[in-house]
Design a binder for this molecule. Structure first.
Ligand code: 5AD
Ligand code: SF4
Length: 343
């Protein structure tokens, strides 16, 4: 086992040999525990309309510079059929957080329709923010079996610093939503952002131990990527205490976090986050070599993709999906071994 002290030391290490040994140890452990395959999740970004105002996010409600879009049901169905035809195995339906029956019922019927494709062949993951327990249940019963909701940071104080203090962005509500997802029976995926303003190695070590403690079968962690039209970017340019690591350091920290998590919980699914690609063209391959086993290629129609800007990034086209020599588990769900090892 690896102690909190060792984790913190490794996060702070600048020794190339220690760092490459860490990546190698994690990659070897992945190979032994879950095998060589990388599984795909086709990511469909259904809308960038969001009711929240997270201080770091480019599609926050108050960002009037963001042009809003919503895919039609038929566009979403076309994406899902495309994912099935391309043998992706699973899709992720991601979008800004919204409430209201019209929205929640629309998702329910979409999930039901997608379940028909290939007789339930496609695994469906939802990523639509915090919802009531009833709504989560309804979507689960419609056929969604995984849900992604990051805790963003496990430190309540840091959580407060990166979210507005308006009563709609609380750490406790986020925890409650994650608990609800688990008790309903979803494979719940969570994760954190890495290299945030004010965040230090102790915070990140706590994040890893928190993610293990919460027993999530899937994790997606990625670097913080500042977006020009957000309050957090303004803060970091005016408040010297809100500094954050360089691009190179955020990339390295993110890869170390993936490796350390693989060592802490060897049989979970760990995603090579898309945000990594915004820092380095080979970011996702580097993540696979550091212990990640899931990649989420964006299959949103390219006309819309440029509007879904959580952070500044280059559009990544499916044709560009360059995963080096990784073996892909085409047509498979690629469920987390950890989830079934427990049940
Ligand atoms: N940098 C990196 N990740 C971000 N997210 C939102 N904004 C940013 C940003 N500026 C991530 C959050 C959220 C996920 C959908 O996108 O972690 O949970
Ligand atoms: Fe909305 Fe998610 Fe962005 Fe927060 S991070 S503003 S909830 S899309």
């Amino acid at each position: 086992m690896i102690s909190r002290k060792e984790i913190t030391e490794l996060l702070l290490s600048k020794e190339p040999e220690i760092i490459s040994n860490l990546y190698k140890r994690a990659a070897d452990l992945k190979l032994q525990t879950i095998g060589p395959k990388v599984h795909l999740r086709g990511l469909i970004e259904i809308s960038n309309i969001c009711r929240k105002n997270c201080l770091y996010c480019g599609i926050r409600k108050a960002n009037t510079l963001c042009e809003r879009y919503t895919l039609t049901d038929e566009e979403i169905m076309t994406c899902a059929k495309h994912a099935y035809a391309a043998e992706f195995g699973s899709i992720v339906i991601q979008g800004g957080e919204r409430t209201g029956r019209q929205f929640t019922e629309r998702i329910t019927s979409l999930v039901e329709r997608i379940k028909f494709i290939g007789n339930g062949a496609l695994g469906i993951t939802l990523s639509l923010g915090e919802q009531s327990e009833e709504v989560y249940k309804e979507w689960f019963e419609a056929g969604a079996h995984r849900y992604l909701l990051r805790i963003e940071t496990s430190d309540p104080d840091l959580f407060r610093k990166i979210h507005p203090n308006d009563g709609h962005h609380t750490y406790d509500r986020r925890i409650k939503a994650l608990m609800d997802l688990k008790s309903i029976g979803y494979q719940a995926g969570s994760g954190v952002m890495i290299g945030l303003p004010w965040q230090n190695a102790e915070h990140l070590a706590s994040d890893l131990l928190f993610l293990r403690e919460m027993d999530f079968p899937m994790i997606g962690m990625g670097p913080y990527v500042p977006h020009d039209d957000t309050p957090l970017t303004v803060t970091t340019t005016t408040d010297p205490e809100a500094s954050f690591p360089s691009v190179a350091d955020r990339l390295e920290l993110s890869l170390k976090m993936i490796s350390l998590l693989r060592i802490l919980v060897p049989d979970i699914n760990i995603a090579a986050s898309t945000a990594l690609e915004a820092l380095h063209p080979k970011g996702r391959i580097m993540a696979i070599h550091a212990g990640a086993n899931i990649v989420m290629p964006n299959i949103t129609p390219s006309d819309y993709r440029k509007y879904y800007n959580l952070y500044d990034r280059k559009a990544i086209l499916l044709e560009d999906l360059d995963l080096g020599d990784a073996e892909i588990g085409f047509g498979e769900w690629g469920d987390s071994l950890h989830f079934f090892n427990k049940v």
